[in-house]
Every structure is written in structure tokens, then in C-alpha cells.
Design a protein around this ligand. Structure first.
Ligand code: 0RQ
Length: 507
């Protein structure tokens, strides 16, 4: 037994995954740790999949409702989806097998703002949570739990679940202890108090989770690395998008709308474009930047190391193999520059509004008025989910959406007449950026917005089609209105793609 379990009550509960998992039954609601590629339980899920296989072989059904922080490791999401083990999934996934089951109507999926998850579970919207499975880095002498590389909703899972299984993962560096800030001050209305977080590095909670030992039915030991987040070098399109964003920041500083050198706390979504923007910041005049986001990616570690970023707050690490090696071998340094918090705090509207976040998120498509679709391909098929993009976009100081101007080798325009699904309304979108340019929509009426978005962001091959649409919509006799549309044609780009495989009318 490892020295990570330093409390005798918990030591007595140590068992193997195959034993522990017997507490999970068909129809249970199971809340597990994990946010992006970090902190997913390593032993219990494979053991659960084994049980599901066995139950199916014996002719009975076995599914669970699965609640998480956000996505869990790809392997975990896939193995559960492959055995049809999930009846309902909440709140975010980003894995192809799960995606197929959801889109085929074989898995219920509830896609909600990540800041809402903990409170909605407390409010009872998902019924009782039968079992929580939470990875931790260790158990202290006093029976508190040392968090691992993601926090997500773990605090809430430990509080609300009827039974708890702990995975103590000795792979997580000992020295990670102290990087976390677990806030126990949230309550349900009418008992809410202000969240006293006024700087990204503030500590408002405690380093460890609490758990009622009486609920802990098993402790399982593991020594397994987090899976790595894939990382690809930025391509020319991402670099071009990043360049527009950086030029925009320079302008905002010149106009006195952003502080020189430090800007305001940054939030960047996962992916190529976000990494390119972060890389660009390293080459700019900035020093002492801060970040208040969901995840910390490799690009952020570089910025911290170079002093470009002074402090980064998030709920999870999402690092490549190289990033994990960099962090673990310099953990004493990074612990002084990173804070990991529950996602209800990392994404909290009150805090995001107070700190004045610069929110930069990806999108599938925007329409000519600035409504943004982040989740549904052609309006119907789920891609991933809204994640935290809405938490940051609605409440940020600056709300930016970034995307290449086309997808699928130019067959799809990411600027369309009307989005067939809306995650972020025109009221939440201030800036749209593609490799073509940047549309600053602040202070513009819908008619002006449409002109700016088409001119600055649409791919030149799609501009004439979009201009033709909007001009005819504006000229429609008696029907133009404040936000002109031709309702019979508003989805013609999407319909053409579904019928012919391209939104183009030209070759
Ligand atoms: O699919 O690889 O199969 O071709 O969508 O597109 O351009 O690689 O962009 O990885 O940034 O993802 C919105 C999905 C963008 C993401 C989305 C296809 C495209 C490709 C990916 P292929 P890109 P990204 C808080 C933020 C919601 C969650 C969120 C997302 C694939 O940003 O999930 O923002 N956002 N969390 O071909 C059909 C279109 C398309 C399209 C792209 N218009 N129609 N397919 N694709 N546009 C998180 C943090 O704070 C960390």
C-alpha cells in the first residue's frame, strides 16, 4: 500500500476495483471526477465496463446516468459508449463514439453551461446521485482529500453522493498539493453570499476536499498517468486569426479600453486557434498577463515560464505528454503560478463579470448578425457541447468568437445567413474573427453588423452570396424589419450542403 493514504479509517477501506464497482447497479446515477484529459478515474470505469459486459452476456440490461465535470478521457468516454453503458450523459463530451450514439438517439445528452452543473445537481434536477467516483492524489492524516489534476465538480459529487469510491492515484506528483483552492461557500438561494474573489490568484477556500468517511465504501489505489491532450502546431489559418486578435488588443490598449502590458484576464477555449493566440502573446509586448479560464494547456505553461503570464486560474490541466513532463518536473515553480478551482468558481458569472474576462472561444458558425452556433453541425447533429463558452461569453468584458472562415475544404462557410442552432445570441457576441479579418460588432445595429461581418470575416468566395441574400432581405417589400431575413431562404446554405455536399453554388 502506498503512503498516500495517511488515515487509518480510509486505509481499512482499501480494496480492488472489481470489488468496489459492485456497489454500482443498473439505473444508478454515477458522478465521476474528470475534466478534459485530467483526473478521470483510471480503475473503476474499466471494471464497470467489465460488469456491464457480464450483465449483457447474462441477458440483462445495465446502464448508468453519467455526470462529470466536462469531457473525461477519450478512452473512458469511448469504452462506456461502446458497451452502450450510458443512458444519460451530462454536461459535455467530445468523443466520436459517444457523439454517434447521441446523434442516433441512443444516448440522452443534456448539454448545459458548465457553471450550472453543480447547482442543478444540488437543486435535484437529476435526482439523487447514487455513487461518486473521484480520483484524488492522497488522503491526509485528518481524512481530507488532496485533489489531483482537475477539480471540476468533485467537491459537489463528494457532498451529494450517497456512496463514494475514491481512487488514490500515486502518479499525481506529491508536490501538486497546495495548487488547489476548494471553495465551500456556495449555497442555494436565498442563502447565497458574494464570492469574494477579486484577483485571479486569490485564495478563497481550502487546499483539500472534505468527505464524510461514513459514505466512502471503497478506496482503490492506482498509479496511472492522465491521458495526454493532443497538440498540433498552429497552421497558417490559426496564425492569421491570432494575428487579427493581437492587432485588436493593440488597438484597444491605444484607445484606453484595455490596460497596457497586462490587458485583462484571458480565457481561451481548447484547440489550435487558442494555442496560436497564446503563442502570439509571447511574442508581443505583454508582461504579467493573467488568465482566468477552464483549462491550462501547454501554451499557458510556456507563457508562465517566460513571465508573460503572471498567474493562471483554471479548473483543470489539459496537457500533452510533453506538457505533463514539463509540469511534473517543475511542479514547485508552477504551483506558485497556477490555481485550480471548482468549475462553479472558474466559470462563475459573478466572478467572470467582476474580473472583466477577455473571452475567446471557437465556434462552428456565426450568422450575419452575430448569432453563434458552437454545438450543432447543420443545426441538428451535436459536435461537443456548449461547455464553458456561454459562461464566459455572456459575462466577459470582451466576448470574441474565433473560427476559420470555411470548413471541410471550403465546402462550408462559417458565416451563414441564419444559424440553424443558437448557443450565443447576437447580444452575447461582440467580436467575430476569422483568418479573413476581425468584425468589431460593438455599438452596431443589426444592419451594420451584417455588413461588417460579411466584409471582414466571410471567405471571399461566399461574400457575394451573403451580400446578395442580405440585400434582397433588406429590400423585401414591407417585410425587412430591424433584422432583415428571407425566412424561406434563411437556411438555404445548409440545405444546399445537405443536398449537394457543398454550400457553394460555384466550382
Ligand atoms: O471537424 O476535424 O472532422 O474536419 O468541426 O473544427 O476548426 O478544428 O475548430 O477544434 O476549435 O472546434 C466549435 C467544435 C470548434 C469547439 C468547436 C468541423 C471541422 C472540424 C473542429 P473535422 P476546428 P475547433 C470553453 C470553451 C464549444 C465548447 C467551448 C467547441 C471540427 O470550439 O466545441 O467553446 N466549442 N468551450 O471541420 C460543420 C461547420 C463547421 C464544422 C467546423 N460550420 N459545419 N462542421 N467544423 N466548422 C473551454 C475552455 O475555456 C477551455
Amino acid at each position: 500500500q502506498s503512503s498516500r493514504i495517511r488515515n487509518s479509517v480510509f486505509l481499512q477501506k482499501v480494496t480492488v476495483a472489481e470489488e468496489a464497482v459492485k456497489v454500482i447497479g443498473h439505473g444508478d446515477t454515477v458522478a465521476v471526477s474528470g475534466f478534459a484529459s485530467a483526473g478521470t478515474p483510471k480503475a473503476i470505469i474499466p471494471a464497470l465496463v467489465g460488469r456491464i459486459h457480464a450483465a449483457r452476456a447474462a441477458g440483462s440490461n445495465f446502464t448508468i446516468d453519467l455526470l462529470t465535470g466536462a469531457s473525461v478521457s477519450t478512452e473512458t468516454e469511448r469504452m462506456l459508449a461502446e458497451v452502450d453503458g450510458i443512458a444519460l450523459r451530462m454536461p459535455y463530451q467530445a468523443e466520436s463514439t459517444a457523439r454517434q450514439k447521441i446523434n442516433a438517439g441512443r444516448m440522452d445528452y443534456v448539454d448545459i453551461h458548465l457553471s450550472h452543473v453543480a447547482q442543478q445537481v444540488w437543486e435535484g434536477y437529476y435526482g439523487p446521485v447514487d455513487v461518486a467516483v473521484v480520483e484524488v492524489a492522497g488522503i491526509t492524516e485528518t481524512g481530507e482529500l488532496i485533489p489531483s489534476a482537475s477539480v471540476g465538480n468533485n467537491k459537489t459529487w463528494l457532498d451529494v453522493a450517497e456512496k463514494v469510491i475514491l481512487e488514490v492515484n500515486s502518479w499525481v506528483p506529491d508536490a501538486m498539493d497546495g495548487i488547489h483552492d476548494i471553495y465551500y461557500g456556495t449555497a442555494l438561494p436565498p442563502h447565497r453570499r458574494p464570492i469574494e474573489l477579486t484577483d485571479v490568484e486569490d485564495r478563497i477556500g481550502q487546499p483539500h476536499y472534505r468527505v464524510d468517511p461514513g459514505k466512502v465504501i471503497a478506496v482503490v489505489e492506482t498509479n496511472a498517468p492522465d491521458s495526454a491532450s493532443p497538440l498540433t502546431a498552429p497552421d497558417a489559418v490559426s496564425e492569421a486569426i491570432a494575428a487579427h486578435v493581437l492587432e485588436f488588443f493593440d488597438n484597444e490598449v491605444r484607445r484606453g479600453r484595455l490596460p497596457e502590458n497586462t490587458l485583462l484576464p484571458l480565457q481561451a477555449g481548447i484547440g489550435n486557434v487558442a494555442n496560436a493566440v497564446l503563442g502570439g502573446l509571447d511574442r508581443g509586448p505583454y508582461r504579467g498577463l493573467t488568465c482566468y479560464s477552464e483549462v491550462i494547456q501547454d501554451g499557458m505553461l510556456h507563457l508562465i515560464k517566460h513571465g508573460t503570464v503572471r498567474f493562471a486560474s483554471a479548473t483543470a490541466l489539459a496537457l500533452s505528454e510533453a506538457g505533463i513532463a514539463e509540469l511534473t518536473s517543475n511542479i514547485d515553480f508552477y504551483r506558485e503560478h497556477i490555481r485550480l478551482r471548482p468549475q462553479e468558481i472558474s466559470n462563475h458569472p459573478e466572478v467572470v463579470r467582476r474580473l472583466g474576462i477577455i473571452a475567446m472561444n471557437g465556434m462552428l458558425e456565426a450568422d450575419i448578425y452575430g448569432n453563434v452556433n458552437s454545438t450543432h453541425v447543420m443545426g441538428t447533429k451535436i459536435m461537443n457541447g456548449i461547455g464553458g463558452s456561454g459562461d464566459f461569453a455572456r459575462n466577459g468584458y470582451l466576448s470574441m468568437f474565433l473560427s476559420p472562415s470555411t470548413a471541410k475544404n471550403g465546402a462550408i462557410s462559417s458565416i451563414v445567413p441564419m444559424t440553424p442552432h443558437v448557443d450565443h445570441t447576437e447580444h452575447d457576441t461582440q467580436v467575430v474573427v476569422t483568418e479573413q479579418g476581425l468584425a468589431d460588432l460593438r455599438g452596431l445595429s443589426p444592419r451594420r453588423r451584417s455588413r461588417v461581418i460579411i466584409e471582414r470575416c466571410a471567405h471571399p468566395e461566399f461574400r457575394p452570396l451573403l451580400t446578395d441574400y442580405v440585400e434582397r432581405a433588406q429590400a423585401a417589400p414591407g417585410a425587412a424589419g430591424h433584422t432583415p431575413h428571407l425566412l424561406g431562404e434563411a437556411f438555404s446554405f445548409h440545405q444546399r450542403y445537405l443536398a449537394t455536399g457543398t454550400m457553394r453554388t460555384f466550382h
